[in-house]
Design a protein around this ligand. Structure first.
Ligand SMILES: Cc1cc2nc3c(=O)[nH]c(=O)nc-3n(C[C@H](O)[C@H](O)[C@H](O)COP(=O)(O)OP(=O)(O)OC[C@H]3O[C@@H](n4cnc5c(N)ncnc54)[C@H](O)[C@@H]3O)c2cc1C
Length: 440
């Protein structure tokens, strides 16, 4: 544990805040909004040079702007309650989703009755139904995400549809190593799709359910343009932003805490942390947790001219080969640049470890599946550590222990990184922070 006696600066010369928020991602911004509205003087500190956390974009000199992942927002998000000014900056989009199945077909996402079930032929269909029946009777005991998926769709369809391979790609570990609780939380759609009641309802109702909300993306210029008005608003309410901050350590004092930042220090009585747990642990000098592994995401940025081979804007890779997980065609949202389409390909580091390997692997797999026939040019790439928590078995318990240790030190840790929580959207991050702050 660090001691305040290490500091050299007189206490009166330090800036004092009621609350210091570590991290200026969605969780940090929402925390700052709530705490300020409660009358607190808040400082938001981030080692990144801009707000938005892992809402990251990348622009090429030729004018292409890509995102690190497929980042889509909705106009009914609770985030807009805190930052209504975002709404007019988003651009409305009409994304469509597809998936490359193991049979080399771009088909319906997440599963296609025509291609995955009927396409298996009479024998295949019989095998699918027999394996579902078997699973529902004999595989009721569930230990991990594979058991969960197998119970609902049966072992044969789980393999044939590529869902098992995709789970490995998505979660970073084999499906039978993924925590059951995460499966229950994140894979409920499998149960919904595969329940007999819902299957019958879908077959009997012809009308497609109407979307309740509008889908939106960041402005063409990037996330900085999106979030600047929110920063301005928070600053005018008294929030102080300290970006590009070198966070050295957090010391306990008789008055609360001191956060040492390069050549200055700030003090507070309360710290809310939304940065990765291990970053907070290092700052506090508490013991570091083990077993909290995260996914490193390599994103490849391509421009293209030719026949891409599909019409959807977002394609998931469910095939047995290829390290890439998902691709997003940004030119569908923002228009072509220099008459070329452009898209980002997300690759989970593991089978490939560098952008060069990821590119070679993607080009080969695309060629094998007759995708992107024409002029495909890599414009750039980005590697993001801590992109997603890996929810291997036991990780949830390790995260809970680490959060408890931080709590004992006095730090409230929350958010996607801070709670090691699989928050898929800004909507979920917002609600979780609202609950975490109001619960204190
Ligand atoms: C690939 C991808 C796709 C996504 N898709 C969507 C989507 O479609 N819709 C949607 O609403 N949201 C999406 N999200 C956003 C995400 O799911 C959360 O809503 C949100 O980004 C979580 O914010 P946060 O502030 O809790 O954490 P983050 O933004 O992850 O991080 C908060 C802070 O932690 C620190 N930090 C993070 N990583 C590191 C590191 N490696 N080292 C040191 N410090 C670090 C930084 O200070 C950062 O500001 C996506 C995110 C990613 C990465």
């Amino acid at each position: 544990m660090h001691d305040a006696s290490q500091r050299a600066m007189p206490y009166s010369a330090m800036q004092q805040y009621d609350v210091i928020v570590l991290g200026a991602g969605i969780s940090g911004l929402v925390a700052a909004s709530i705490l300020t509205s409660q009358g607190n003087r808040v400082a938001v500190v981030d080692s990144y040079d801009r707000v938005g956390g892992n809402h990251l974009d990348w622009s090429s000199p030729d004018g292409y702007t890509f995102d690190v992942g497929s980042l889509i927002f909705q106009d009914d998000s609770p985030l807009l309650r805190h930052f209504p000014e975002l709404l007019s900056r988003y651009i409305p989009i009409k994304p469509s989703w597809g998936r490359l199945n193991p049979q080399g077909k771009i088909t319906h996402y997440p599963i296609s009755i025509r291609d995955d079930i009927i396409g298996a032929g009479p024998l295949g269909v019989a095998r699918i139904f027999a394996s579902v029946l078997y699973a529902r009777i004999f595989c009721r005991r569930m230990d991990n995400a594979k058991d969960f998926a197998r119970f609902w769709v049966g072992a044969y369809l789980l393999h044939r549809s590529g869902l098992e391979t995709y789970m490995r790609r998505f979660y970073g570990v084999a499906a039978d190593k993924i925590d059951l609780e995460l499966a229950r939380k994140r894979m409920l759609w499998i149960a919904e799709y595969a329940s007999l009641k819902n299957l019958l309802r879908r077959l009997l109702t012809r009308k497609k359910p109407r979307a309740k909300n509008r889908q939106m993306a960041r402005p063409r210029e990037g996330f900085a343009t999106l979030y600047q008005p929110s920063v301005d608003k928070l600053e005018s309410s008294g929030v102080s932003f300290k970006l590009s901050a070198e966070m050295h350590q957090i010391c306990k004092t008789v008055f609360g805490f001191e956060l040492h930042l390069g050549d200055s220090s700030i003090t507070t009585t309360r710290i809310v942390s939304t940065v990765p747990i291990e970053v907070a642990e290092k700052l506090c000098g508490t013991s570091t947790s083990c077993g909290l592994n995260t996914i490193t995401l390599i994103t490849l940025y391509f421009s293209f001219s030719g026949d891409r081979g599909f019409r959807q804007s977002i394609i998931y890779n469910f095939s047995y080969e290829g390290a890439w997980k998902r691709l997003t065609v940004y030119s569908d949202f923002y228009g072509r640049v220099n008459d070329r389409e452009y898209f980002a390909v997300e690759v989970i580091a593991g089978a490939v470890t560098s952008p060069e390997q990821a590119e070679t692997d993607f080009r080969l797999h695309a060629r094998q599946n007759h995708l992107f026939l024409g002029d495909l040019k890599l414009e750039g790439s980005q590697t993001l550590t801590n992109a997603y928590p890996i929810y291997s078995k036991g990780a949830a318990a390790s995260a809970a222990d680490a959060i408890q240790r931080l709590r004992a030190f006095g730090i409230e840790s929350m958010g996607r990184q801070g709670a090691f929580n699989y928050q898929p959207t800004a909507r979920v991050s917002t609600i979780d922070v609202e609950v975490a702050i109001d619960g204190n």
